[in-house]
Write a protein that binds this ligand. Structure first.
Ligand code: SER
Length: 317
């Protein structure tokens, strides 16, 4: 029997592209997309779609029963910058939605969960360079706290109740199909849009702020590969470190300048600078590389080429 999948938060930056990929692999009718509203119409109209508030346990459960769902990808969350503005909302959404799907798996309603964690689990006391899989995690953002605590609960549900939950600590994700929202790493997407549309960008991080990043295609591949990996090969049930590239706003500016020589950048760091400063600049993901053969494909120049070509189709004249 083919897997029946529910993606919660399917209109978001990662959720949307993940839904398209899962439909390609498993068939359109086997992947139910859901979100709290229908804000992304191309996604909503691309196959089965349900309006679900991720905080509503019964809504998720009813949908699982109705569609015989066995696997949930829980992609709904408030990210780092939004979480600082609405701390209780971030806690409420990020934690309750996770408990809902963990409890559905514990109760035997579903069999498998993907839940994203983040580099935000790390904090100022974490080693900044080549941050190890097992290290100090003392996050200073609400978002980071929800992800760090969530990781503990994932591991707990796996070891106590045998729940098959799998997770990745995503770095900043760069994509051209759906805009990110409310993250500290969002500048690395905005900068490409502004380069094409206006030829200049005012960056909310300073020139030399290095953060771990990844192109969307690599992030989706990692997610699919981890979910397809044999459970016997997985040694991490909290969340896997995952890494591809690290760069600064200055690096990305120079990479864009190579294609658009008139592009200009200014720097106006705001409250997100503090968040970025508390995160690692590069990640050691050797455990993911060993356990399930993770390998990235896109370096910064490949990302820049792809982004400029695709966004030129969208915004170019
Ligand atoms: N992209 C996220 C953020 O900036 C990090 O996981 O909040």
């Amino acid at each position: 029997m083919p897997s029946k999948i529910l993606v919660i938060g399917a209109c978001g930056q990662i959720g949307s592209e993940l839904t398209y990929k899962l439909r390609e692999i498993h068939g359109k009718s086997n992947v139910i997309a859901s979100d709290i509203n229908t804000r992304k119409l191309d996604l909503v109209n691309s196959g089965p779609f349900e309006i679900i508030d991720a905080k509503n346990f019964n809504a998720i459960k009813d949908c699982c029963k109705h569609h015989n769902i066995d696997t949930i990808y829980l992609m709904a969350a408030l990210l780092s910058a939004t979480g600082e503005k609405y701390p209780m909302e971030a806690w409420d959404l990020n934690m309750n939605s996770l408990f809902h799907v963990l409890n559905l798996a514990k109760g035997g309603v579903i069999q498998k969960i993907f839940w994203p964690s983040s580099i935000a689990v790390f904090g100022p006391t974490t080693p900044r360079n080549q941050t190890p899989q097992h290290t100090i995690c003392e996050p200073t953002t609400v978002y980071g706290i929800t992800k760090q605590v969530g990781e503990r609960w994932c591991e707990y549900y796996h070891s106590k109740y045998g729940v098959d939950v799998r997770s990745i600590r995503y770095p900043g994700i760069i994509s051209h199909k759906t805009m990110p929202g409310g993250g500290t790493t969002d500048y690395a997407v905005e900068i490409y849009h502004e380069a094409i549309k206006n030829g200049k960008y005012d960056c909310f991080l300073s020139a030399n702020t290095s953060l771990p990043m990844m192109f969307m295609d690599d992030a989706i591949k990692a997610t699919v590969d981890l979910m397809e990996a044999s459970a016997h090969d997985l040694t991490i049930r909290s969340s896997y470190n995952l890494s591809a590239i690290s760069f600064t706003p200055k690096d990305i500016f120079e990479s864009i300048m190579a294609h658009l020589p008139d592009f200009e950048i200014t720097y106006s760091p705001d409250f997100r600078q503090n968040i970025a400063d508390s995160w690692p600049s590069s990640i050691d993901d050797s455990v993911a590389r060993t356990d399930w053969n993770w390998k990235h494909s896109f370096d910064l120049d490949a990302v820049t080429k792809e982004m400029l070509v695709e966004l030129d189709k969208k915004h170019g004249v």
